[in-house]
Design a protein around this ligand. Sequence first.
Ligand code: EPU
Length: 337
Amino acid sequence: MHENFSLKPYNTFGVDAEARYFTEANDVEQLKSAVNFAKSESLNLLFLGGGSNLLFTQHFDGLAVKINFKGISEEVLNENSVLVTAKAGENWHEFVMYCLEKNYGGLENLSLIPGNVGTSPMQNIGAYGTEIKDVFASCTVLNLETLEVETFNLEKCRFGYRDSIFKQEGKGKYVILEVKFKLTRKDHSIKTEYGAIQAELDKSGIQNPTIQDVSKAVINIRQSKLPDPKITGNAGSFFKNPTIPLAQFEDLKLKFENIQGYPNGNQVKVPAGWLIEQCGWKGKRIGNAASHQLQSLVIINATGKATGKEIFDFSAEIINSVKEKFGIELEREVNII
Ligand code: EPU
């Protein structure tokens, strides 16, 4: 157990916040003893995965627990499918690469997403036409009240766009221990409908892409426009893409004819990056925080010295100006501590 411990290496924004107590849990028993310690000392708990979706706006006056469970195992279900289980502390991208080496399909569009396996169900991570709900089989969790291990199947997780039970009524109640994915062993379903992937494959002259080709295309796209958190602190998309009623979208279209939208029932999903760019934020910097010059949905720690408060205030300014110009209220995707 460490006291007054810097969490700078544990959040991809690289914000220098301290935890009053910090420990690592390498297995369920260590996790349980950390939880019991917090209970006995009446401390708040914070569980850390890859730290890629977190913004510390203040010190954390409680016990931060880094989830470090490691291990991948697999069970062949039949000729075409395999159930792969990864422990929560496995790095997401390394796990995706492991599956691709074995030629297991389903995760290739999710290549290079920062973070760990254990936090992937929290917000149903998604990119380039795939979300983890598409390949998710189940996960086991530790119930923090009873200290019993429970299993959540797909239905129980109630996945939505960047959403799950773990962000709603289950918030703060469970720690994800491991996740099982149902992947294909052959006859992979290749998803290239997300525009940029097809263009990237065309550039390389690939006509019948394999899952490995799709992964490479996704990696190229991400590297070309998203900042690498190892170099520039960031937490990926800072906001969710908002969904607005069709009638509101049609009104906006009269005023802003270039506005883009993806119909979703009688709602329309509007790219937040576009709204933010239209308000003049793309590449703009205030103090140590900035909007990324190639993707304005991503806020960066431009100098490496930004405080969480500075980044938070910067995001509040973006929310205000988008609200003023378009009447749309952006919602933060990143967890604010
Ligand atoms: N756009 C702009 N200006 C910008 C950014 C985007 O006009 O500064 C426009 C683009 O031209 C495009 C549209 O917005 O027409 C969508 O942009 P993009 O394809 O880059 O995707 P996104 O909607 O901005 C989402 C996810 C990303 C994911 C990509 C690809 C959310 C909140 N973000 O971004 O996820 O990688 O799609 O699937 O849904 C993340 O969550 O951290 C993340 C990076």
